[in-house]
Design a protein around this ligand. Structure first.
Ligand SMILES: [Zn+2]
Length: 327
């Protein structure tokens, strides 16, 4: 399944000011939000996320908007639902997006686990009540926090599918030290409908995280949602370099590795998603996919562990995989 690309990046392009809560636009600029989601649906996304990444009371409190959790989240689902219906397609899921609280849980930080659960539950209840098909918990760093978000979503609905992705942006681990294998095991035990990686430091590092999950033989679908390359600061704003063609190559690579829900994150646009959709369509999965049981070529595995330049090694390994699977 093809997921969507960036929402925040697109909102800033549409005029959202840095420092403003993007969720307010569900109420103040509904057409701008719908236009972005329409473009992702037209580009080929089967899963589109609501504009609710910062829709917990914790993040909204940074803007003194914590009393409007239900309003913003319900409006977000209604907008996306209307856009899906207007598309006439019956193969597009409305994913209720939940991002991190922005706080650190006890004992390292101030937020108690129980308060975290209650905050996530409040957001998830609004998303579920408004008709989300899936709850999508993303960009997480702490296993405790993703457990709290999962528990909150489960309190909101006993049976809605919950997908969780973490951001492995610190030397192959999350900022809080979680490895891809640890995340996969913990989220599988919780009963996640899909587990994976999102955002991070570009497609190479995301590919590596997803590859590590897939190497364990997961029992759940694996999600790959990379940002569009390494963000750089240009004139005080984040700039992303990955072209649509590069994101298309990434989509083929993660699918060949075994990821089954593929999308993009910060810095991407509908043009990136369209290129990914086109590449995935033009290269049927059966041709590109390497059977997971097939052992990796010894040379490739060796090169990947021995090389001092890890990025070059990953590129070489990817090229080796692609050329061997093309035969
Ligand atoms: Zn992102």
């Amino acid at each position: 399944m093809l997921a969507d690309g960036a929402m925040g990046t697109m909102l800033f392009q549409a005029g959202l000011q840095y420092g403003d809560a993007p969720e307010t636009w569900n109420v103040t600029h509904p057409d701008a939000v719908r236009t972005i989601q329409r473009q992702y649906i037209q580009a080929g996304s089967n899963i589109v996320l609501t504009n609710t990444f910062g829709g917990t009371r914790f993040r909204l409190a940074m803007h003194n908007l914590q009393s409007r959790v239900t309003e913003f989240n319900q409006a977000a689902v209604a907008l996306l639902r209307a856009e899906v219906e207007a598309s006439g397609r019956d193969d597009v899921l409305v994913a209720g997006d939940i991002g991190p609280s922005g706080e650190i849980l006890q004992p390292l930080g101030q937020l108690s686990f129980e308060d975290a659960v209650a905050g996530f539950e409040e957001q998830a209840r609004a998303l579920v009540a408004a008709g989300a098909d899936v709850i999508w918990i993303e960009t997480m760093s702490s296993l405790d926090e993703v457990r709290a978000a999962f528990a909150g979503a489960r309190r909101a609905s006993a049976d809605i599918p919950i997908i969780t992705t973490l951001s492995f942006d610190t030397h192959g681990r999350t900022m809080m030290g979680v490895t891809p294998e640890q995340a996969l095991q913990a989220m599988t035990e919780l009963g996640a409908a899909g587990v994976g990686a999102n955002c991070g430091n570009g497609t190479d590092e995301l590919f590596a995280a997803v590859q590590r999950m897939l190497a364990t033989g997961p029992s759940v679908p694996i999600v790959a949602k990379s940002n569009a390359g390494m963000p750089r600061l240009v004139a005080g704003k984040a700039h992303y370099d990955a072209t649509p063609a590069e994101m298309a190559e990434y989509a083929l690579s993660v699918r060949a590795e075994g990821a089954s829900i593929i999308g993009a994150c910060c810095g991407s646009s509908p043009a990136h998603i369209a290129a990914m959709a086109e590449a995935l369509r033009a290269n049927p999965a059966g041709l590109a996919a390497k059977p997971r049981s097939e052992p990796a070529p010894a040379e490739t595995a060796h090169a990947a562990t021995a090389a001092t330049d890890e990025r070059a090694a990953r590129r070489a390994a990817r090229q080796a995989r692609e050329s061997s699977s093309a035969r």
